[in-house]
Design a protein around this ligand. Structure first.
Ligand code: UDP
Length: 309
């Protein structure tokens, strides 16, 4: 197959590049390098099955030749990034998705939208299953990401229903692993790097908000399986091990052996208080469940950051 991966130089997109290259497919990675980096795909640069196109998918996308799949990963995804890039985030979710869908129609390609647990906002049900409509503040600081992804889902479904496009929608829950940018503000790289440098770990609020962290390999496996089944509705992919952010800070201190202190900082506006995926659908439709325990994934990730700090 020949596959386009938008956001192919990003954290998750580049792991999908690795996976498809390993399966001997031809991969075209497209990225404007706003939050991605060439370092993430450097290993493939001399591979004849790999191409890189520097392009912002919010503008018309042109890819010569056939495409079997269009995998749309492009978007800032860290709260710090999308707070700094609010308009670009809205544009890539809306216009970028529209362009990627139009390209899929033109190429008769299967389309994947990478959506997010953020479509559930600050959820009022727990855990979150796919039939839950969410609790999002459209004009809050996170609205630029949440609403862009919600619109992207609506657009993908409209192309499916209106044009018969074969779409897949994955709702990705908090994911960590190698290549997650050290300074992207997300809690996993932030705490690990604070711990490794002996700096205080910055817990927002009282750290009682919860998250459920999955290792990158599990996510890639889930998405890969989704592409091979005939299922057009959204599917949650995430780990079900839930912990408070304070518990997570203590876990990072234990696994790094760091003597760092924990300090408390103001909670961000609209920070979801709880988050855990209901993965019943993924188990039934994909036969998928997470395989990598959080501690094991964290150890690998800590080792990766150690070689870079
Ligand atoms: N968080 C924190 N300290 C930090 C960064 C994040 O306590 O230095 C908290 C944040 O308030 C949120 C959780 O960690 O409750 C996860 O934040 P992240 O930015 O990783 O992703 P989110 O799940 O909010 O999109």
């Amino acid at each position: 197959m020949r596959v386009l991966i938008t956001g192919g130089a990003g954290f998750i997109g580049s792991h999908m590049v690795d996976r498809l290259i390993a399966e001997w497919h031809q991969v075209v990675a497209m990225d404007n390098l706003v939050t991605g980096t060439i370092d993430n795909i450097q290993q493939h640069r001399s591979n004849p099955n790999f191409e890189f196109i520097f392009h912002d998918v919010s503008n018309h996308i042109h890819v010569p030749g056939k495409l079997d799949w269009v995998l749309h990963f492009a978007s800032p995804a860290s709260p710090m990034d999308y707070l700094q890039l609010p308009i670009q985030t809205l544009k890539v979710g809306a216009m970028g998705t529209h362009n990627a869908l139009g390209l899929s129609i033109a190429k008769r390609a299967k389309f994947l939208l990478t959506s997010t647990s953020e479509v559930y906002g600050d959820p009022l049900i727990h855990p979150q299953h796919e039939e839950y409509y969410g609790n999002v503040n459209p004009i809050g600081p996170r609205g630029v990401y949440d609403e862009a992804k919600r619109y992207a889902e609506a657009l993908a479904m409209a192309y499916h229903n209106g044009h018969g496009l074969d779409v897949r929608i994955v709702r990705i829950f908090n994911t960590f692993g190698p290549r997650n940018r050290i300074n992207d503000g997300r809690v996993v790289p932030t705490f690990i790097n604070q711990a490794l440098r002996g700096e205080p770990l910055t817990v927002f609020g009282e750290g009682q908000q919860t998250r459920s962290f999955q290792y990158i390999d599990d996510l890639i496996e889930g998405i890969r399986r989704l592409m091979d089944v005939q299922f057009n509705k959204p599917v949650n992919i995430g780990n079900t091990t839930e912990m408070t952010i304070l518990e997570f800070a203590r876990l990072v201190l234990r696994l790094t052996g760091s003597k760092s202190q924990i300090v408390y900082r103001p909670l961000l506006q609209d920070d979801p208080r709880t988050r855990r995926p209901d993965i019943t659908r993924a188990m039934e439709v994909l036969g998928w469940e997470p395989r990598v325990p959080v501690e094991e994934g964290l150890k690998k990730t800590i080792d990766w950051y150690r070689t870079r700090s």
